[in-house]
Each structure stands twice: as structure tokens, then as C-alpha cells.
Ligand binder design. Sequence first.
Ligand code: FE
Ligand code: FE
Ligand code: ZN
Length: 276
Amino acid sequence: MLRIGCHLSSSKGFLAMARTAEEIGATTFQFFTRNPRGGTAKTWEPEDVKAMLEYFQQAGIAKPLAHAPYTLNACAKDENVRNFALETMTDDLKRLEMIPGVMYNFHPGSHVGQGSEEGIRLIADTLNHVLREDMQTTVLLETMAGKGSEVGRDFEELRSIIDRVELSHKLGICLDTCHVWDGGYDIVENLDGVIREFDSVVGLARLKAIHLNDSMNPRNSHKDRHEKIGKGNIGLEAFRRIVNHPALRELPFYLETPNELEGYQEEIALLKRMAE
Ligand code: FE
Ligand code: FE
Ligand code: ZN
């Protein structure tokens, strides 16, 4: 059965997120580990995490996805900015050990004029510092739209990062449908071909999660503006094929569409109806 949820606010704690997820018909969800713009994280109460995990059992929720603040830049030119990313990710990963089965998604970064090769080197370097053999969390690199100097704009760049990471068995990919579309991949007319290409460049075994977003912009626009499902340039029929594709259908899907809870509830119901 389709496992689908959306991004939820973590401001009221973990149990509250699980309850909200169930209320809107979600069987998974994504949350920010801290303020999306960075900064210090609130203390995570072990009792609250425990209550969430118990609630998962009764509500059939699984595969929560933690998202790093999107302002982190592991390949910044400024060493202080890179160190901030490293320290934040280290702290996030330490906390996430409290949540069995969680995955941790992050935006690789922007090379800000240093060139993608240097960006790739710096991102891998950061990962080589934050990953630990005894860690249970899988860390996901998100496919990016290629806005500005974003690294991870194509499958090759993601592969190059993975190749430079020692504990690469701890790494996976989160594919964002808006981002790959804006990045130039034709998931509307040639979903099979894009999946084959992903498989040959990165390997499908690395694909662990899907961010399900329509796009306000045409393919190859490198813009990254999310749209509601079926209201953008990707369109409803493409989403029907995506959630039913044999290579994708077992993965968890997370909506990051411009919606309040009510809109998310409707999209979740719509996608569940479309899943065969
Ligand atoms: Fe993201
Ligand atoms: Fe995303
Ligand atoms: Zn985005």
C-alpha cells in the first residue's frame, strides 16, 4: 500500500506530529530537525519520542524523514559556514539515534563559484566527518534543481559525492520530483528512461525516498518552485505513473507542496485513490 505523508511542523513535539499525520490520513511524515533556517534545536524529550514511536504502532505510521535546515551549506567557501553545517549535522545525527528507522535528508549545498568539483569534494569531506559506523540513521542526499550553484543538480554529481565517502553504505538518495523536473529530467514523458538513467548512474538500491511536488516552472528551468499536485507543469497523470511505478511504489512519498493541513489531507487522499 502507498506510504504517503507530508512535511509537518515539529513545533508541538513528536507525539503531536504522529497524531496530526494520522488525522490527515498520512502513514509517514517529514519534519525539520530544527528551525529550517538553522540555529539551535530544542531539546528532544525522550518521553515524547517514546510516545510517538508507540503511536506509530497503532496508527500504522513508519519511515519518518528528518530534514536538515535548508540553509546549511556543507560546501560553502567560508570555512565558518562549512563548520556550522558540520556541527549541525553531527548534532542532528546524534539526536536522531533516539528514533529507530529514521532517515536524515539534506541539501548537498551550493559551491558559490568554487566550481562543482570543489563543491563535491567539500560535501564528501563533511560527510566523512559526520558519518559513524555505529550510527543507525541513513543519510539522504536530495536531488537538486540546479538553482544558482547548487551541487546535486544531476545524478552524476550525486554519484561523485557518494564515491568519495568512506562509509557510503550509510548514504541514500531522496528524489524530489519538482527538483529533477526543474533540473531537466523528463519524468512526464519518459519516467522509465529517467529511472533507468538513475539506476545506471547511481543505482536504484540507493533510492530511499521521494519528495512529491509539482513544479510551477517548465522542465529544465532550474527554479525550484513547488506547486500543488496536478496544478503545475508535471501534472496529475505523471504523478499517477510515479506512485504506481514498480521501482518507486514501495518507497515512502513525502509532499512538500504549498498547502496547509487541509490541502495536504486532500492530496494524500487523491494519491491514495490513484495508487493501484
Ligand atoms: Fe529539501
Ligand atoms: Fe524536497
Ligand atoms: Zn524544493
